[in-house]
Design a protein around this ligand. Structure first.
Ligand code: TYM
Length: 325
């Protein structure tokens, strides 16, 4: 059995991009692999957060993991800050990482752009991410396209460490879905759909009401012409809606192209809104129910205990080979 690890930041709402690119694959993986899933709250602190809002976002993200089918008996589900080994390994790895390689991270460049003061944590963020992954002897990291560079950096750091100190870390590999690896903004289909976009019309939140989902999809930017065809280069808006539709309705893109042959963008949008609402409604109902129970806290307490058993063993190994007493 392979060990699978992935994490999501509790920073604002989750978008349908997070769901289609990552989260929906997590529940499938737990049936066949040893799965460890994390709410990476320390990563969320790299940009200013209101404490009460953050607390609520951590709980809502945990509830969302459960609502999409993560079973705390099958997967280890935990909050990053409950396992102090993450921050400790991150420091040790920072001493093995170079300014040059970390400076090349495109996500850092994007997030730091235009800011007068950039928190150091935003810069070292990918090293903490490497610690998350390496603590669990991870083989596979299921993520969306935007995380590929971070996983590659994690591999580089782990290989460098192993070269210097012996075979301490398992070298992980990213797993990026063929369809849905990069769901695009509804406002500008040449940009990634992102929860940090200040314009909520650009993304579908997992918690958006059906009427809001419909309105956003109907207003989504499409392309000139009228043919419904999967052509991301020339028709990125239409291709994005086809991808979202296919993943929510379990139909292939080719089936959708055939279905909408001779029809207009309005038909595609109406159908896409329907399948998105049908996908999100049951998740939203479960999130609301779970938030009212104590099921959540119990699952996270057990999850952190199980995670610590693995994480503390790895950290002990690392400290020993590095020469700490
Ligand atoms: P985060 O919280 O930004 O996103 C969580 C997951 O959602 C994927 N994703 C998308 N997939 C498709 N289309 C999109 N528009 C889209 N937007 C986001 C992301 O690729 C990710 O898989 N640094 C990570 C969190 C993290 C992590 C880790 C991930 C911390 N430690 C260890 C894996 C392993 C992040 O900010 O993801």
């Amino acid at each position: 059995m392979a060990r699978v690890f992935s994490g999501i930041q509790p920073s604002g709402v989750l978008t349908i991009g997070n769901y289609l690119g990552a989260l929906r694959h997590f529940a499938i993986k737990q049936e066949t692999e040893e799965t460890v899933y994390c709410i990476v709250d320390l990563h969320a602190l790299t940009l200013p957060k209101d404490p009460d809002a953050l607390r609520l976002q951590i709980r809502t993200l945990a509830a969302t993991y459960l609502a999409v089918g993560i079973d705390p008996l099958k997967s280890i589900l935990f909050v990053q800050s409950h396992v102090p080994e993450h921050a400790e390994l991150a420091w040790l790895l920072q001493c093995m990482s170079y300014m040059g390689e970390v400076s090349r991270m495109t996500q850092f460049k994007e997030k730091a752009e235009g800011k007068e003061s950039v928190p150091v944590g935003l810069f070292t963020y990918p090293v903490l991410q490497a610690a998350d992954i390496l603590l669990y002897d991870t083989n596979i990291v299921p993520v969306g396209e935007d995380q590929k560079q971070h996983i590659e950096l994690c591999r580089d750091i782990a290989m460098r460490f192993n070269q210097r100190f012996g075979n301490v870390f398992v070298i992980p590999e990213h797993q990026i879905p063929k369809l849905g690896a990069k769901i695009m903004s509804l406002e500008d289909p040449n940009k990634k759909m992102s929860k940090s976009n200040p314009n909520p019309a650009s993304y579908i939140s997992l918690m958006d009401e059906p009427s809001v989902v419909k309105k956003k999809i109907i207003r989504a930017v499409t392309d000139t012409g009228c043919e419904i065809k999967d052509d991301p280069e020339h028709k990125p808006g239409v291709a994005n809606l086809l991808t979202i539709n296919a993943l929510c309705s379990n139909r292939t893109i080719a089936e959708l192209e055939a279905l909408f042959a001779g029809k207009g963008y309005g038909d595609l949008k109406k159908d896409t809104a329907e399948v998105v609402v049908a996908t999100l409604s049951p998740i939203q109902d479960r999130v609301k129910d779970i938030l009212e129970t104590t099921e959540l806290e119990e699952a996270l307490t057990v999850g952190a205990e199980r995670a610590r058993v693995i994480a503390s063993q790895t950290l002990t190994r690392v400290k020993k080979v590095m020469g700490l007493l």
